[in-house]
Design a binder for this molecule. Structure first.
Ligand SMILES: [Zn+2]
Length: 301
């Protein structure tokens, strides 16, 4: 204990130590303390995950939460843990449920994403936020004054951020989900923020730009890092088992779609006939069609 006590001597360090001692239950429902100074906010299985990491020099956030109400819960939680400012906000993807609330955190946060992210956000952002506004009067109120803030920094392929005692490696994941997807790897802590190539037991809305072999390659790459903890774009804190689950799903899907295409079936016929009963308990079943579209593109390449 002696080194730890001496580490906490002095007002500055005393505050840091107090902050790191905050438990997730003190922050409210949906918060998980992953490791000292690393907290994840995952309100439920479907809502976009957002996270924060405390360093000696300030806070690093990952994604900006699904709604302004979630973002405010996040800000309150950060203030309970530390009085340090948010230095960086790292985007794992471009979609509005992850990036639409940059304005809550920036300024002061500098927003970082992969090349092409700003253009992608401008293409998709709807300032009226209709899906949120439809939820409640409170939400309608909360989105007032919302504005798109695109990334201040766009990196290419890889970027390393050293802040205080921590290192964040940003790794571009090509064609896996949005206009620009980034995995964020903390090598010392062995914590991986894995974007939305895999989620937790739900069908993903695969856009036309998604290439399933590239998705499978991203799983291989992320597993090779050997993370202890994995945080995906939606769903609770997990492990590399999500990559195995989605790899099995896509492999089976490619096999079935490939066999049916080889029999001469059209995409419309395959979508009508193909079922994946092994995954009947996954959420968002209505998105199976988008997965079949993506698989059909892959087998026809
Ligand atoms: Zn998304």
């Amino acid at each position: 204990m002696r080194p730890r006590i001496s580490f906490c001597v002095g007002l500055f360090w005393a505050f840091s130590c107090m902050g790191f001692a905050v438990q997730a239950q003190d922050l409210g429902p949906g918060f998980t303390k992953v490791k000292d100074g690393i907290y994840v906010f995952s309100p439920d299985a479907g809502t976009a995950t957002c996270s924060f990491v405390v360093t000696e020099e300030g806070v690093v956030m990952i994604d900006s939460c699904q709604s302004p109400l979630d973002s405010r819960k996040m800000l309150t939680a950060i203030k309970k843990v530390t009085d340090k400012p948010i230095i960086f906000l790292l985007d794992t993807e471009t979609h509005g449920d992850h990036t639409g609330n940059h304005f809550i955190f920036s300024p002061p946060a500098t927003i970082i994403s992969h090349e092409g992210a700003g253009a992608g956000m401008r293409k998709e952002y709807n300032p009226n936020r209709p899906a949120l506004v439809a939820q409640s009067a409170e939400m309608r109120e909360a989105v007032q004054g919302a504005k798109m803030i695109t990334p201040h920094v766009e990196y290419k392929d890889r970027m390393t951020i050293n802040l205080g005692e921590r290192t964040f490696q940003l790794i571009y994941l090509k064609n896996v989900h949005s206009f620009a997807d980034t995995a964020i790897w903390m090598p010392k802590e062995r914590v991986l923020f894995a974007a939305s190539a895999a989620n937790v037991r739900r069908f993903i809305n695969l856009r036309p730009s998604v290439v399933i072999p590239d998705v499978l390659a991203s799983f291989k790459l992320m597993k090779s890092l050997d993370p202890e903890v994995v945080i995906t774009g939606h769903g609770g804190v997990t492990t590399t088992k999500v990559f195995d689950e989605y790899e099995a799903f896509y492999t089976l899907l490619l096999k079935r779609v490939g066999d049916m295409a080889a029999q001469g079936k059209t995409l419309a016929e395959i979508k009508k006939d193909l079922q994946m009963p092994e995954y009947a308990d996954w959420d968002d079943q209505e998105r199976l069609g988008a997965s079949i579209d993506a698989a059909f593109r892959s087998v026809k390449r």
